[in-house]
Write a protein that binds this ligand. Structure first.
Ligand SMILES: Cc1cc2nc3c(=O)[nH]c(=O)nc-3n(C[C@H](O)[C@H](O)[C@H](O)COP(=O)(O)OP(=O)(O)OC[C@H]3O[C@@H](n4cnc5c(N)ncnc54)[C@H](O)[C@@H]3O)c2cc1C
Ligand code: SF4
Length: 555
């Protein structure tokens, strides 16, 4: 935290209070504060610095140094609304200033034009809430360009024949190709597919005063010690604080959005690090707490005026939860690949991005090649399923496979179902006594089919690339996710959506929502580029409304 960052009085309404300093929250904070507004950002997690990050795999993956800890904030899970939910981890996200962008992999795909209008092109899918977005790719394109340049994304414009049009190239060139990337190129060439340099929110060259990647290899799940990963923390949050108008208040866990008798938001109540409750007053509230915590907060904010939860006259808050699907194949190669080095992904294949009616089911996605596991993770889940898990043969296999394995991984669509949702668990509470996130989720039959389709393409790719052994696992229904999308969807119809295309809640004129919950459809995986482009666009709309006196006459 900057020494000179302002300290606002909680009793004195600031222009905007933002809940959550993650992918979207960081962007909104930067845009509103640089536009001249006073902003307080309340983040439940700690404010860590680059010097706090290290390569301790136990601390990161087992002790939740950067992510939500299910012991303190439990989840419950059930497949259908008829079942009683069981206690089990179901949602994972970054719980620090910077949110999920601190530890994420950095895959940074734009949506394609079709993603915004797919429902009208393909027609309705029975039993789902499959719908067009109220905005198009053309509406968002300037913001995709803006986010790529502001945070720093490496890539090569025009290298994929499937990419949507763009108004500007990437600010920095692609990262150096890894062995897995060369193999993806080799396999794709043989199959007539196209492997192209992965767009990554990681700097290949210095940009905006930040360092380039030093290829340390502890990337997925870890914070970057040199600031090369383009997290909100390393980018927009710094700019926001430099304005002198943005206070980042860490370890501030918001439990309720307060409203007055007229139904306007007046601020938020949060617990500080000592558990003391404070009301931070604000003229407007922007919720950026992600696709699980944003609907939870709205549901916890019910009152006499909003008996079903805040901004929930439609009954849609929490519904249409989408995870993105995945499937992969492992491949063992003759020569060392040394995939444990550097960033996770360097090549992507989008030949199967579009849904193809000839397949007989809905869905599409992309494939990348990666190891994606730190050493302990590889020891626990990197070997084929039939490998021993103990003894000398296990050790021999670890030695043999660790340097010579790569995985081809498919990232796929999820359909929006009203029955897949986030709600408040009626009995399980977190360490603060608040109701736990209850996840109800069952993959649609087409989501399962597209995952199996991608698993088979992943296997084909590794075989074509020359793997001496290829293995796959059965595709099972998902019960846990880190892509949390769709639970406060945007739309033109207040009866069927939570926010309008300006990200303003239909029911509450000074409440805005921007994060993964705003999505109408899931895209094909890697949602963060779109989450942050939407956040830049949302901020523009909020600034326009605020300056015209439409949010609060005193802002
Ligand atoms: C291991 C891993 C790898 C990933 N890799 C990729 C990738 O390569 N590409 C990609 O596109 N996506 C990736 N993701 C997903 C990505 O991290 C998320 O999609 C993205 O961060 C979501 O952005 P958001 O703004 O919706 O929310 P978040 O980034 O989750 O931000 C929400 C913030 O709000 C805070 N918050 C929540 N509730 C409260 C409350 N009540 N009070 C105060 N603060 C609160 C949270 O602590 C968090 O900091 C990955 C995720 C994981 C776990
Ligand atoms: S691989 Fe590069 S971007 Fe990733 S954590 Fe290491 S230095 Fe940072």
């Amino acid at each position: 935290m900057r020494q000179d960052s302002p300290k606002f009085e909680s009793n004195n309404p600031v222009d905007f209070v933002i809940v959550g300093a993650g992918a979207a929250g960081g962007v909104i904070a930067k845009e509103l504060s640089t536009a001249g507004f006073n902003v307080v950002v309340l983040e439940q997690g700690p404010y860590l610095k680059e010097s706090d990050f290290d390569h301790d795999e136990i601390k990161i993956t087992r002790q939740h140094a950067l992510t939500n800890d299910h012991k303190r904030q439990p989840n419950t899970f059930r497949k259908t609304e008829k079942q009683t939910a069981k206690l089990q981890p179901a949602v994972g996200y970054g719980r620090v200033v910077g949110g999920g962008t601190v530890h994420f992999t950095g895959n940074y795909w734009r949506f394609h034009e079709i993603d915004f209008v797919e429902a009208s092109r393909l027609g309705p899918i029975a039993g789902t809430g499959f719908a067009d977005w109220p905005i198009t790719y053309a509406d968002l394109e300037p913001y995709y360009t803006k986010v790529e340049w502001e945070i720093g994304v490496s890539g090569l414009a025009g290298s994929s024949p499937f990419d949507p049009w763009r108004s500007k190239p990437y600010p920095v060139p692609p990262l150096p190709v890894k062995s897995s990337g060369i193999l993806a190129e080799r396999g794709a060439r043989k199959l007539g597919w196209h492997a192209y340099p992965a767009p990554m929110a990681i700097l290949s060259k210095p940009h905006n005063g930040r360092n380039a990647c030093v290829h340390c290899g502890f990337c997925i799940s870890f914070g970057c010690e040199v600031g090369a990963k383009s997290s909100s923390l390393a980018t927009v949050i710094r700019v926001a604080e430099k304005t002198g108008r943005c206070e980042i208040r860490p370890e501030s866990y918001v439990r309720k959005i307060e409203t007055d008798k007229s139904g306007r938001a007046t601020g938020v109540i949060y617990y500080d690090a000592k558990g003391v409750e404070t009301l931070q007053k604000a003229k407007a509230v922007v919720v950026c707490a992600n696709g699980a915590e944003t609907p939870r907060l709205l549901l916890m904010s019910k009152s006499n005026l909003f008996p079903h939860g805040l901004a929930n006259s439609s009954g849609v808050v929490g519904r249409h939860l989408m995870f993105n699907g995945g499937a992969s194949a492992g491949g063992l190669f003759e020569h060392p690949l040394n995939e444990y080095k550097s960033v996770v992904v360097t090549r992507v294949i989008h030949d199967f991005y579009n849904s193809d009616p000839a397949r007989g089911f809905y869905g599409g996605g992309g494939i990348d090649t990666r190891m994606g596991r730190a050493p302990i993770g590889f020891g626990l889940s990197g070997l084929p399923k039939d490998a021993p898990t103990w003894g000398s043969e296990y050790k021999r296999m670890l030695r043999d496979y660790y340097t010579r394995t790569t995985f081809a991984t498919g990232h796929t669509t999820s359909l929006p179902l009203a029955t897949n949702n986030i709600s408040l668990d009626p009995t399980v509470k977190d360490a603060w006594g608040l109701p736990a996130v209850r996840v109800t989720y069952r993959d649609h039959a087409d989501d399962m089919k597209i995952r199996r389709f991608f698993r088979d393409r992943c296997k084909e790719l590794l075989e074509a690339a020359g793997a001496s052994k290829v293995w796959t696992s059965p595709v099972e229904e998902q019960q846990r996710a880190v892509h949390l999308l769709g639970t406060c969807r945007m739309g033109n119809d207040p009866k069927a959506s939570v926010i309008n295309k300006d990200h303003r809640a239909h029911d509450v004129p000074n409440l805005f929502i921007s994060d993964g919950s705003s999505f109408v459809t899931s895209g094909r995986g890697q949602p963060t580029c779109t989450i942050q482009a939407l956040a830049f666009r949302a901020a523009d709309q909020i600034i326009r409304l605020a300056k015209s006196g439409d949010i609060d006459s005193s802002i």
